[in-house]
Design a protein. Structure first.
Length: 469
């Protein structure tokens, strides 16, 4: 989505080539709820979204991107360090944002350069609420920069773009432009500029100046290697004059490419939408389709992601059950037809009923087994629930290193605290939480990590009632 339209794209791979299968565009006047909700409802009415839901690709300006150099190469430690950096690198606390990180590079000194992606929770919650009101299923939430990265990887895989050297990718839409810096098919940084194709047609100097400033910032912060070239992506084809001016200003090779280059586009989509909306770019939404799902940043709240996984599991179990029942019903139907064609139909039907008795007994046995299993698991400790509650109790200055649950339902929590106040606060929260019983501080020892004084600690707590084993 952008500030002036919602673009819904469906695409797939056909014989190794990307193919767009559906495209819907809803124009809006700004991003107010009163504008977005009718557009989302219209997309839902057109049944443009499949059962699995759609990825919501938010514009770059709604997110905060920071490049961090952290003293670790362990994925879990990097996330913990990034969480600590959120309050100092952004105007938000950890509880106010959804975040993710992507590794940019690792060096021989043991440091890792990561890209921290932060988006306020009120932004994601707002769009989730709008989607629910419009009965619009969301599969995930990400930002346009990773759509552009997916599009670039697709083009590099088809040898249309060189992915060996660092480059800048500039996606020009109608009202805005996004500039991404890429190296080794990874996103280093991105920036949004409120100058689009409409301004470019009359005053190209403003966009050229913003591009030059973005490159200067990239070089001054030493985010990556020297740029080898500048790639412009736009739905407008006649940009040769602009490319020439840009090449003269930047003193580096510049080229332009269409968002749909290398993508099979049905004529009715091209004629009905792309020609009517000249200059409309579909780079980001198409890139999400062609990207590796594991590489796409998902800013959907963790609780919704867990709930979605549970719903998927239940749906698969229901499908399996229905398939078994359908198979059984089909077999029974065929058997009854064959039975009706033979002599002594009534006697054979009675015989068939008697033959079903062992199956009925087996079914009853399985039902008793299911009931026993249900009673057995009732009251057991549900680890995701424990972890979710613990995540709510951990203060910002606490980092957890180890969690262990033994057979006696004793839960051990180990980690370190940056301040004694944080440790006391954490202990008080554990004591006041009904889930954790008999909370005990085993030890609290001070030590130093680099220039930071921390306190190692170990808590134990019981997760079972006294009468439970």
């Amino acid at each position: 989505m952008t500030d002036n339209c919602l673009k819904l794209v469906r695409a797939r791979y056909v014989r190794g080539q990307g193919q767009m299968t559906a495209l819907e565009v809803q124009h809006v006047n700004g991003d107010a709820d009163a504008e977005l909700l009718p557009a989302l409802r219209e997309l839902a009415r057109l049944k443009a979204v499949k059962a699995g839901g759609a990825y919501l690709v938010l514009p770059r300006h709604l997110a905060i991107l920071k490049v961090l150099r952290l003293p670790s190469q362990d994925e879990r430690e990097l996330r913990q360090m990034a969480e600590i950096q959120i309050s100092s690198q952004t105007p938000y606390t950890m509880d106010e944002v959804e975040y993710d990180i992507r590794v940019i590079s690792r060096d021989e000194e043991g440091y890792t350069k990561v890209l921290l992606i932060v988006i306020p929770k009120d932004v994601t919650e707002r769009f989730i609420d709008l989607a629910e009101q419009a009965r619009f299923t969301l599969a995930g939430i990400t930002i346009s920069s990773f759509g552009l990265l997916g599009w670039f990887r697709y083009q590099a895989g088809r040898n249309r773009l060189d992915a060996k050297s660092p480059l800048a990718l500039c996606n020009i839409d109608l009202n805005h432009t996004e500039i991404c810096f890429l190296e080794k098919q990874r996103l280093i940084f991105s920036r949004n500029v409120n100058v689009g194709l409409r301004e470019l047609r009359s005053t190209p100097d403003e966009l050229i100046q913003q591009i030059a400033l973005s490159i200067k910032y990239y070089e001054s912060e030493r985010m990556g290697g020297p740029l080898s070239r500048f790639v412009v992506v736009s739905g407008q084809s006649d940009l040769q004059e602009f490319i020439g001016q840009l090449e003269g200003q930047l003193q580096m090779p510049c080229e332009s490419i269409s968002p749909t280059d290398g993508v099979s586009l049905p004529r009715h989509l091209r004629d009905a939408v792309l020609e009517a909306d000249a200059g409309l770019t579909l780079t980001a939404p198409m890139g999400i389709h062609f990207a590796d799902p594991k590489q796409v940043v998902s800013l959907l709240p963790r609780s919704i992601r867990a709930s979605k996984q549970n719903r998927i599991l239940k749906r698969e179990l229901i499908k399996l059950f229905l398939c078994v029942m359908l198979l059984y019903a089909t077999a029974l139907f065929v058997w009854s037809i064959r039975l009706s064609e033979k002599e002594k139909q009534v006697e054979r039907l009675r015989s068939a009923v008697s033959e079903l008795d062992p199956q009925i007994d087996e079914a009853k046995r399985k039902m008793r087994l299911i009931e026993y299993f249900d009673q057995y698991v009732d009251g057991r400790i549900f680890i995701p629930e424990v972890m979710g509650q613990l995540a709510k109790l951990v203060p910002e200055d606490i980092s957890l290193n180890s969690l262990y649950l033994n057979e006696r339902c004793v839960f051990t929590i180990q980690g370190y605290a940056q301040t004694r106040e944080a440790l006391n606060d954490f202990q008080a929260r554990l004591v006041n939480e009904p889930m954790f019983r008999k909370v005990n501080l085993e030890f609290a020892t001070s030590r130093r990590i680099f220039t930071m004084q921390v306190t190692d600690f170990k808590f134990t707590a019981s997760l079972c009632d006294e009468e439970e084993p």
